[in-house]
Design a protein around this ligand. Structure first.
Ligand SMILES: Nc1ncnc2c1ncn2[C@@H]1O[C@H](COP(=O)(O)OP(=O)(O)OP(=O)(O)O)[C@@H](O)[C@H]1O
Length: 704
């Protein structure tokens, strides 16, 4: 049976073809499997460098370039171009099998051969002045081991300048270019090998360089095999959603692996953790072991996960096994089933109760301190007696308490809890804790879900983790976690092991950022430079190796004398973006506070730019989205402006525990403020503009 495969680059370009050409493409390939029986009209390309490149007629004016097998039956659609261009494109190129990864690669061989003599000449001239071979330090044997083939090696040997390598990206085979890029940035061959890790398929040196069929089958990140016209139409229907069909080998591995227990995926911003979580949910649903819960910490994020799940589902069936809802919703549902709706303690009343408890105890603890002690120690560790509290380790709390002080705190907490009990009052945390208790008592075969997939895991508190743990039986592939502790924007710090989720030996880190340019990512990573950030598992997390392969402009950083001037400049910038054909929905504006976000939105509207405050978290079609940095989580924009990055706004004094009250909490709060700015800045895909009035935030690195 012939199989049609679609190359990733083609799908991206498909969206730009004119509609009639798109229609012809769909028609031709929809009957592709039938047509191959009756003899496909695949034309040879005269003067082709690679005889396996053929073309197929697409309407009157265009031709598709197809990589046709000499043996095997996979036909890969690479390109659709006007007639002459299609032939010219095909004639220049060659296909090959990467000797390290066994995957298919395409290169513009003619360009390589044309450019090399020029570079050779430049190298010779330059060498007289200074020996500057870019890869002088890398042995041929290492190059070979990393999959660099003779043509690319010969080319690499004449490079003297990273800029030349950058240009060569257009015509070198992608993986080999990535290897050279890694080496050029100073990575040792061993590190580059590690990076290739997931792309290396078992088989080692034994790949048959002529067997393109096998190579295509090994390349799910680049080529998708289409199983019939229905699937073909589904792929063509969403040419922008490349993540639906092409996963990086590391992503695919994370989504499809089988584990004996909980597993997780980490990685810097934009590395596709959410994409993996969605694919994982679908894969689990398709395995059919039982219902899958996809969850996260806010309703807004849950909405966008639900939207992603819909995009991913080719047919409605797999979704039937998947429920998407945020953790609090699950908690309230479970609680209500047993107790009816909870009467919730209002914020104002909570403050009053803590104030009364603090006064009563008379030990000089602030109401805020007591409330945090209750949340972070007593609730988090499920402490239910004075003795247990006296013996408890107060991880993450900086102020040391002696036994007498602890007794006072316990008294205050006891009074607060008595008020709740007497008044029949609940908080979101206690609802969650009760729901966890209810589910924990249920037998394995009575659990509501078989699998749980958690996104933005870094922001869930311990009681939420216990609830999720109790929602599924202890079984293979029970819990799957996606998250990045560098993006923690709420006060929750959890040790996964303490809440019964042990991911030891089942954790993967993604490194390639698909969202942001290398310039924006590099600058944003500097925001966190030197910060030690936990990995929720007793160790430290790292963003080392997190990289973007897309190049762009560095972030624009500008200070103003006052807010009015800053917001006027914001309006100018946004108008400039709109003038450059960026859609309003592709533009975001982030501020630390809601008030400043509103001011920015007003300033835009007054300048004649349609702008709206983000509510549900979804960008609006016809307006620029303005919101707080917290609201930006889970979103992304082609162009993003961060306003009010002032010295006295970021960090926000209100969000910091006074150092005198608790030095550890103060340091954690400062780190969280940094992470918040990091989250906001990494929402930008192409352009990032950061402005302030007066002095800039001390967190801001200098523009590179
Ligand atoms: N394999 C892929 N191919 C194409 N695009 C991808 C791929 N993986 C991810 N993306 C795109 O990269 C962007 C970021 O992906 P995603 O939101 O899953 O990353 P994330 O790691 O969850 O990000 P963050 O932690 O910053 O929220 C999205 O636009 C997504 O569609």
């Amino acid at each position: 049976m012939p199989t049609l495969a679609i190359d990733r680059d083609f799908l991206r370009e498909f969206a730009d073809l004119e509609k009639p050409v798109q229609d012809r493409v769909e028609e031709v390939f929809a009957k592709f499997d039938r047509a191959t029986h009756t003899g496909l009209h695949l034309e040879k390309v005269t003067h082709a460098r690679d005889r396996r490149f053929r073309t197929i007629r697409i309407g009157k004016s265009h031709r598709g370039v197809v990589l046709a097998p000499e043996s095997g039956d996979i036909y890969t659609l690479l390109k659709v171009l006007p007639h002459d261009e299609a032939y010219a494109w095909a004639a220049r190129r060659t296909a090959s099998v990467n000797s390290a990864t066994g995957r298919i690669e395409i290169r513009d061989s003619e360009a390589i051969d044309t450019v090399r003599p020029h570079l050779e000449q430049m190298a010779a001239t330059r060498q007289r002045e200074e020996p500057a071979e870019l890869f002088a330090e890398v042995a041929d044997a290492d190059m070979h081991r990393l999959g660099i083939d003779p043509q690319t090696l010969e080319f690499a040997r004449v490079l003297t300048d990273p800029v030349q390598l950058e240009t060569a990206r257009m015509f070198l085979p992608t993986t080999q270019w990535q290897v050279l890029y890694g080496l050029a940035t100073g990575m040792a061959p061993e590190q580059v090998w590690d990076e290739l890790g997931a792309a290396i398929t078992s088989g080692g040196d034994g790949f048959d360089p002529e067997d393109l069929d096998a190579a295509v089958r090994r390349s799910p990140d680049r080529v998708v095999l289409v199983d019939g016209p229905g699937e073909l139409m589904a792929v063509f229907a969403r040419p922008f959603d490349l993540w639906r069909v092409y996963l990086h080998p590391m992503q695919r591995d994370a989504a499809e692996a089988r584990h004996s227990g909980p597993a997780r995926v980490t990685g810097g911003p934009g590395t596709g953790k959410t994409v993996v979580a969605l694919h994982r949910a679908r894969a689990l649903a398709e395995r059919g072991a039982g219902p899958v819960l996809v969850t996260t910490f806010t309703s807004t994020l849950a909405e966008s996960l639900a939207a992603g799940m819909k995009v991913l589902a080719d047919t409605p069936e797999p979704l039937e096994a998947v429920t998407v809802e945020h953790v609090d919703k699950l908690a309230h549902r479970v609680f209500r089933e047993v107790h009816g709706p909870p009467q919730l303690l209002q914020n104002q009343r909570e403050r009053e109760l803590w104030t009364a408890a603090a006064e009563h105890t008379g030990a000089g603890f602030s109401p805020a301190f007591l409330a945090e002690e209750w949340r972070q120690v007593i609730l988090a560790k499920r402490i239910d007696s004075a003795d247990a509290y006296l013996a408890a380790k107060r991880t993450g709390r900086g102020r040391r308490l002696g036994a007498a002080q602890k007794a006072r705190v316990w008294q205050a907490v006891w009074e607060f809890q008595r008020e709740l009990r007497d008044g029949g009052l609940w908080t979101h945390e206690s609802v969650c804790a009760e729901a966890a208790r209810i589910l924990a008592e249920r037998a394995d075969d009575d659990k509501p879900y078989r699998h749980v997939v958690v996104d933005e895991a870094q922001d869930l508190g311990p009681e939420k983790w216990r609830l999720l743990r109790a929602a599924v039986p202890h079984a293979p592939d029970d819990v799957f976690i996606a998250g990045d502790t560098h993006q923690r924007i709420y006060a929750n710090r959890v040790s996964l092991r303490e809440v019964g989720v042990d991911v030891t030996g089942r954790s993967r880190r993604l490194r390639v950022n698909y969202r942001t340019t290398a310039q924006i990512l590099g600058w944003s990573l500097e925001l966190l430079h030197g910060e030690s950030i936990d990995d929720m598992d007793g160790g430290l997390e790292t963003l080392a190796g997190c990289r973007s392969e897309v190049s762009g402009l560095p972030p624009q950083l500008t200070g103003f004398a006052n807010r009015a001037a800053e917001l006027r400049a914001l309006a100018d910038t946004v108008r400039e973006w709109l003038g450059a054909d960026v859609l309003p929905s592709e533009i975001g504006v982030a501020a630390r506070s809601n008030r400043l976000a509103e001011e920015a939105a007003d300033a835009l509207v007054q300048a004649g730019v349609a702008a709206r405050m983000l509510r549900g978290g979804q960008a609006e079609e016809d307006a620029v989205s303005v919101g707080t940095m917290h609201r930006m989580k889970g979103l992304e924009f082609r162009c993003l402006a961060v306003v009010g990055a002032d010295a006295d706004r970021i960090p926000s004094a209100k969000a910091l525990t006074p150092e005198s009250e608790d030095a550890v909490a103060h340091a954690n709060d400062l780190q969280r403020e940094r992470c918040l700015l990091f989250v906001a800045c990494t929402r930008a895909r192409e352009l990032l503009n950061v402005t302030w009035q007066g002095e800039p935030s001390p967190f801001l690195p200098k523009a590179g």
